[in-house]
Design a protein around this ligand. Structure first.
Ligand code: MRU
Length: 352
């Protein structure tokens, strides 16, 4: 019997309020919710991946903005605006790749600008309303992505996914996993293969947990097993999320996604990306301009409380890679499916 999973993110209270989230660094061993009461708490939660996944980072940043300014409602409007600017700049420094972070912060700044003559108390209330809208829109986007992607999934068979693009990564049911949940609800008999997703194991720890909670059959494999799984015809499709998609459809996602796309092409298996319109960065003509986060060497050299690389040995830890558009069969958005993936088709669906 599927269990209902508590929401990844919830706003507690009104103004002032706080952001409650599932601490994803503790899963699957421990289910723990934490409350972020300061903007520093929100920044740290994003930076350390307590909350992660592009859409969830965007929603957290929107609520984080409210947390950062809610103490300033008795200040002058000038002081309030200075604080808003400092808070949004600070949150923008947490992680560089997921464009949803900057998209959400931009929406929050726009709200304040459009109420240029209003008192801080009024602006703070409008900012909370905007954060709630971003949250609700994200949930709606997840549902629509699930419905649009449904027909691309086989009626039965295996589907490979990488990292976690599920409910934990969004305010709703996820992007890639929303498609799989919708397929399961429609009676398709799918078995999911979840890459463990080195170095932080989002696939092993989070995707398998979510699928298990929802009663969808799942097998965790090491990232290096994907070629064998494809060769043995255990999977008929691959679906992942994305952190930033350029105007030509090149898509950044968790490191390792690019190699899965190359393997899928080599085995004649369709490779799909599921992402909301907020993940598109139309200012970048190609994926070459997408900033790729580099994280601490310790995530690789001392990943799980044990040293696995000798002291003094160089380690490189880029958190994302870019899959070229020509390797992507279709991008599933809340507005519809982009197929084939070309700059023209992206512009037609998302705008230019
Ligand atoms: O480093 P993470 O865990 O934030 O990386 C997340 C991913 O790469 C997801 O696939 C992506 O953000 C899409 S989530 C719907």
């Amino acid at each position: 019997m599927p269990v209902s999973i508590p929401r990844t993110l919830s706003w507690i209270g009104d103004l002032p309020g706080k952001l409650r989230m599932i601490d994803q660094t503790r899963l699957p061993a421990e289910f723990l919710e934490i409350d972020c009461e300061t903007v520093e708490d929100v920044w740290e939660a994003i930076k350390s991946l307590r909350v992660r996944g592009a859409p969830a980072i965007g929603v957290s940043a929107a609520y984080g903005t409210v947390i950062g300014v809610q103490g300033e409602i008795a200040s002058s409007r000038e002081q309030f605006d200075q604080k808003l600017s400092a808070v949004t700049d600070y949150l923008a420094s947490s992680r560089p790749t997921a464009v949803n972070l900057f998209w959400a912060l931009e929406r929050m700044k726009q709200v304040a600008s459009s109420f240029a003559d209003a008192a801080p108390e009024v602006v703070a209330a409008r900012l909370l309303a905007e954060a709630r809208s971003i949250d609700q829109e994200d949930r709606n986007m997840c549902t629509a992505i699930g419905q649009h992607g449904l027909s691309l999934m086989p009626d039965e068979g295996g589907v490979l996914t990488h990292c976690n693009a599920g409910g934990l990564a969004t305010a709703g049911d996820g992007t890639a996993l929303s498609v799989l949940f919708a397929a399961a609800a429609a009676g398709k008999k799918l078995h999911v293969f979840a890459d463990e997703t080195r170095p932080l194991l989002q696939g092993a720890r989070l995707t398998s947990w979510e699928l298990q909670q929802r009663g969808v059959p799942v097998t965790v494999i090491c990232d290096s097993m994907a070629a064998l799984v494809m060769r043995q015809k255990k999977v008929q499709a691959v679906i992942t999320g994305a952190d930033r998609i350029a105007a030509n459809g090149d898509a950044a996602n968790k490191v390792g996604t690019y190699s899965i796309a190359v393997l899928a092409k080599a085995h004649g298996i369709p490779f799909y990306v599921a992402a909301p319109s907020s993940t598109f960065d139309r200012s970048l003509p190609t994926g070459d301009g997408i900033p790729i986060e580099e994280r601490s060497r310790d995530e690789i050299s001392h990943g799980f409380g044990r040293q696995t690389v000798p002291d003094g040995v160089d380690v490189w830890n880029p958190a994302f890679d870019v899959t070229p558009a020509e390797l992507i069969n279709a991008i599933i958005t809340e507005r519809g499916v982009i197929e084939p993936v070309t700059a023209e088709a992206v512009a037609a669906m998302i705008g230019s």
